[in-house]
Design a protein around this ligand. Sequence first.
Ligand code: ZN
Length: 65
Amino acid sequence: MDDTQVIRIMCPNLGCQRILAVPEHARGKLVRCRSCSTNIRIPVMRNPEVPRNLGTSDEATTDAA
Ligand SMILES: [Zn+2]
């Protein structure tokens, strides 16, 4: 196991909708669904409506489920 944070994103292909786990550093990039080969763009911010604390670059670790 490594410490790489993983983003889970659902395939937008309605016939697939597979949950893909992609590494944190894939934000803003395209990944390909292994199930249907659809290219999926990983959003840069997971929760754009949640303001981040300014002044520190510490990443908050969320342990939601
Ligand atoms: Zn897919």
